[in-house]
Design a protein around this ligand. Structure first.
Ligand SMILES: Nc1ncnc2c1ncn2[C@@H]1O[C@H](COP(=O)(O)OP(=O)(O)O)[C@@H](O)[C@H]1O
Ligand SMILES: [Mg+2]
Length: 274
């Protein structure tokens, strides 16, 4: 356990003796409710998102997985009639608190979407866009360094290092998705959210992203929404099952898939409903 993580545990122990044995939570959701107008999409979600682990969110379409993911970096702020209640914290700080700026938050809690969405710019400019606006790099050599490191971490460097000035949209779908991961990494996030990141990709590109997710876990905390249960089983250490706006259970991934406690989870993982 790192010194930093240890400090977090200590801080948690000081305020809550019951937290003593629990591993460090990077993000915490408590009684999170989300409404779109009068319609309630989440009914009081409680989840601890553990540091340097992959948490998979699974459940039937429309159960609220994307809605929950968007609460974590306040992407729901951008949806007109959407209202979020409850607590979401990052390193113990309320992300909806007054001192938090949503744009800064989204640099710390980055997001990768279902469909690869590179900017209509060069590969190089896709990566340096975020660092530039966040003032993380201004000199050419700093930017070169960020481009190389981010592309290496995203497993794309060798494929694109000789064509950094070519458009990102000219890459294959799988490469574009890794470019989007590199773009998220470029602003040094702590948490990376991925909403069905492989659903537009072929099996080989998917396998590549799955391997990458496993490597990224060393440096980042990851939350991934997937409708593919094999994928959840392969990439995650923790899995949360959502159903009709409730989080039914969250446990070690192996436990969820071999020994689910709730019959709704059982029904879903055995394919009784989708
Ligand atoms: N922008 C929106 N406006 C109104 N309702 C929405 C919006 N986004 C999602 N919903 C509703 O919220 C519920 C949860 O949706 P979502 O989070 O997208 O589920 P999932 O990602 O699990 O498929 C669904 O009933 C959906 O129709
Ligand atoms: Mg969704």
């Amino acid at each position: 356990m790192s010194i930093q993580t240890r400090t977090h545990v200590k801080a948690a122990e000081a305020t809550n003796p019951q937290a003593a044995a629990a591993p460090a939570a990077k993000m915490v959701a408590r009684d999170v409710k989300v409404f779109y107008g009068a319609k309630q999409a989440l009914k009081g979600i409680n989840i601890d998102i553990l540091e340097n682990k992959v948490l998979a969110l699974i459940g039937p379409s429309g159960c609220g997985k994307s809605t929950f993911l968007r609460c974590l970096n306040r992407m729901n702020d951008t949806i007109d009639n959407c209202r979020v209640e409850g607590l979401i914290s990052l390193d113990g700080e309320d992300v909806y608190g007054r001192r938090i700026d949503a744009v800064q938050l989204r640099a710390r809690v980055g997001m990768v979407f279902q469909k690869p969405n590179p900017f209509p710019k060069s590969i190089y400019d896709n990566i340096v866009y975020g660092p530039r606006i966040h003032g993380l790099a201004s000199h050419r050599d700093e930017m070169d360094e960020i481009v190389e490191t981010s592309l290496k971490r995203a497993g794309l460097w060798n494929e694109v290092k000789d064509r950094l000035r070519e458009p990102g949209t000219g890459l294959s779908g799988g490469q574009q998705q890794r470019l989007c991961i590199a773009r998220a990494i470029a602003v040094s996030p702590e948490v990376i959210l991925m909403d069905e990141p492989c659903s537009a990709l072929d099996p080989i590109a998917t396998a590549h992203i799955e391997e990458l997710i496993d490597e990224l876990r060393e440096n980042y905390t990851i939350v991934i929404v997937t409708h593919n249960m094999q994928q959840a089983a392969r990439v995650s250490q923790k899995t949360a099952f959502f159903h009709l706006g409730d989080m039914v259970e969250c446990d070690d991934t192996e436990e969820i898939f071999t020994n689910p406690r709730d019959e709704r989870t059982q029904g879903y993982i055995t394919g009784r409903y989708g």
